[in-house]
Design a protein around this ligand. Structure first.
Ligand SMILES: *Cc1c(COP(=O)(O)O)cnc(C)c1O
Length: 356
């Protein structure tokens, strides 16, 4: 049976990406070698790395003066690399959930952290607003899409300080004004590639900010990787290759504006179904709803049917909709590679279950 993959990450990849990866596992770029066994210093792979950076820049319309690097370690390593490379005395963080908290915890190892806003009291069902950011902080950190709670910041804030964003789970779902950020990072396993590679968009003029402040281990210094174009040590060769295939597919589809249109359409179909249901209800304030991760539960009077619905959905080929334990209920992740058809299958399953 055809499966409809709603996993939150690692998550669905385009057929284009998977087919090209399969081909490259057998014979990469006509080398007679597999992408899994090629030297990262080969001219064929160096070309992949260069093209991945160039296409990433092109698709996100990244201005001059920025670099894109691809590292291992996941977004979680960025939680410490960011403050290690950027925090001199104080930083401001917005607390929008689990990932933001993990970032805050690491930042505290390097300086004072001012949590300027938090929606913790309401189990992170909205994005805090109306807070003030002190102008004497080294930077302000946000998590644009809260994968677990299903809230999203879908705009580029104007702030009086440097801004840094974890965009792990909504990169390439809307145009981003990159000039407003000093660093944008994320694990690629949500919207770009299989697990194993982390993207970092970094403004060149922040490199070396910690000279005279602290000594940064070589591998944790952004400068190391920017200067060597992600080739200081062995990069995650295969995930980078896969990422490039996804970027090519994005370009073929029409770029980020088109992805945004498709993503918003998919999310609208599912949110409309939730809002018109007598059985299901969304968990997030409508104005802060994520278009990538849609969280919903059953109304209290139907709560005991959640397990039955999961089984019913599974029988329809729907996988990955079990909600994260901190929210419960259901979470449908609608990443770029998920077709509208899968959303319709989910919505039909919800309606059929409700009518039973
Ligand atoms: C998945 C996720 C992470 C963690 O990524 P790893 O690559 O597993 O370290 C961090 N932030 C957000 C917003 C995520 O969705």
């Amino acid at each position: 049976m055809k499966k409809h993959n709603f996993y939150a990450g690692p998550s669905i990849l385009s057929q284009y990406t998977i087919d090209n990866c399969v081909d490259a596992i057998r014979n990469f770029a006509g080398t007679g070698l597999s992408i899994l066994e090629i030297s990262h210093r080969s001219k064929e792979f160096t070309a992949v790395m260069d093209e991945a950076e160039a296409l990433f820049k092109e698709l996100l319309d990244i201005p001059a003066g920025y670099r894109v690097i691809f590292l291992g370690g996941g977004a979680s390593t960025q939680f410490c690399m960011v403050p290690m490379n950027m925090l001199k005395t104080k930083a401001a963080y917005l607390d929008t959930g689990t990932w933001a908290n993990k970032a805050i915890k690491e930042a505290k190892l390097f300086g004072e952290v001012n949590v300027v806003g938090s929606s913790k009291e309401d189990n992170y069902t909205y994005i805090p607003k109306g807070y003030e950011i002190p102008t004497d902080v080294d930077y302000f950190h946000i998590t644009t899409n809260n994968t677990i709670y299903g809230t999203e910041i879908r705009e580029d804030y104007d702030v009086p300080v440097r801004m840094i964003a974890d965009m792990s789970s909504d990169i390439f779902s809307r145009p981003v004004d990159v000039s407003k950020y000093d660093i944008i990072y994320g694990g690629a396993q949500k919207n770009i590639a299989p697990a194993g590679v982390t993207f970092i968009v970094i403004k060149e003029d922040v490199l070396g900010r910690m000279e005279g402040v602290r000594t940064i281990p070589t591998m944790l210094n952004y400068k190391t990787h920017v200067e060597k174009s992600s080739m200081f040590n062995t990069p995650p060769v295969f995930p980078v290759y896969a990422a490039l295939q996804t970027l090519k597919w994005y370009k073929e589809l029409g770029g980020v504006k088109e992805l945004q249109r498709i993503d918003e359409e998919k999310a609208a179909v599912l949110y409309d179904a939730i809002d018109s249901s007598k059985m299901f209800v969304g968990t997030v304030k409508p104005e802060d709803r994520s278009i990538m991760n849609v969280c919903f539960v059953m109304k209290p009077e139907y709560k005991e049917l959640e397990k039955d619905f999961l089984d019913f959905a599974t029988s329809k080929g729907i996988v990955g909709i079990k909600g994260h334990r901190s929210v419960g209920g259901f979470r449908a992740s609608l990443y770029n590679a998920l077709p509208l058809e899968s959303v319709k299958v989910l919505v039909d399953a919800m309606k059929e279950f409700e009518n039973k």
